[in-house]
Design a protein around this ligand. Structure first.
Ligand SMILES: [Zn+2]
Length: 290
């Protein structure tokens, strides 16, 4: 592969302007990444011995997920939870509670390892171990995938395709869903992420990765502006929240008030990744027939 070849890094053309369903004008894709302890463990296996570091992730099953489910229930919102296979094996009850409320659980690796830096055998193991955990513990198979650490590579997109995963939600290069173009032909649908909705950047600080935390009004004003403009453009606002961040007492108010803001409009389709991907597939079929 010529790494310095001059060409667009993504060969897929810009997203088609398919209409949103039922006369809606835009979409909101509420999505959470359930990393739990695996994000700390995947970063450094020695963290297994560092119980305070691990407890950042442990907060998710104990407090974060139940509190988030409560907010979603109150706003009558269905969301997608990208859960690592490790989290499914370690916290099956929390995952069953997510499913019992009608939310989608999708693929987020097993030990939250980066696909782009892993060797082939590790990438395949991360993929298949998580698919196995989903089937064995929850009796489901994944429709969607989000790359751990927000990074991916063409080999990983091919792997998603070979495992029948229909959508990815990792790229940051569009405001509407589109279909990947791979060396093997058509790839999965991409529901691109709005990285301003990654709560980790505003609300989590740790000894090894210290950063300033932003208050509610700062984050809310960014989220409102991103959403309002995406709505005017007719795009999808894809969120990237973590129960170990947004599930914290002060952060959950940001989610609550943001959903109140979105709910005041009656032209927003609030949907899971699975529903957005299925809608895209329907539009694509209609388009091919006409
Ligand atoms: Zn993650």
């Amino acid at each position: 592969m010529d790494l310095l070849a001059t060409r667009p890094s993504n060969p897929a053309p810009a997203a088609p302007e398919y209409p949103w369903p039922n006369g809606t004008q835009c979409a909101l894709f509420p999505a959470f990444d359930v990393d739990a302890e695996s994000v700390w463990l995947g970063a450094d296996p020695q963290n297994a011995k560092r119980l305070v570091t691990m407890s950042y992730g442990g907060y998710e099953a104990r407090v974060g997920i139940p509190k988030i489910l409560e907010v979603l229930r109150r706003h009558e919102v269905k969301a997608t939870f990208f859960v690592t296979g490790w989290s499914i094996d370690a916290h099956p009850a929390a995952c069953e509670a997510i499913l019992a409320d009608g939310h989608e659980i999708a693929h987020h690796g097993y030990l939250h390892l980066r696909p782009d830096t892993a060797d082939e055998a590790t990438r395949i193991e991360e993929m298949d171990r998580a698919i196995d955990a989903m089937k064995r513990v929850l009796g489901i198979s994944p429709t969607g995938y989000r790359a751990p650490w927000g990074e991916t590579c063409v080999e990983q997109l091919e792997l998603l395709k070979s495992r029948g995963i229909r959508y990815s939600s990792s790229f940051r290069d569009d405001i509407r869903p589109y279909r990947h173009v791979l060396p093997s032909g058509a790839g999965p649908i991409e529901i691109p992420v709005n990285y301003s909705f990654d709560d980790w950047s505003y609300g989590l600080t740790h000894r090894t990765s210290p950063r300033a935390m932003f208050g509610r009004e700062d984050v809310l004003s960014i989220w409102r502006d991103e959403f309002d403009q995406t709505r005017e453009w007719g795009g999808v606002t894809t969120m990237v929240m973590h129960p170990q961040v947004t599930g914290r007492p002060m952060r959950i108010r940001i989610l609550d008030q943001f959903l109140t803001h979105v709910r005041q409009f009656d032209d927003v389709w609030i949907a899971t990744g699975r529903d957005i991907a299925a809608h895209y597939e329907r539009c694509e079929r209609t388009n091919q027939e006409s």
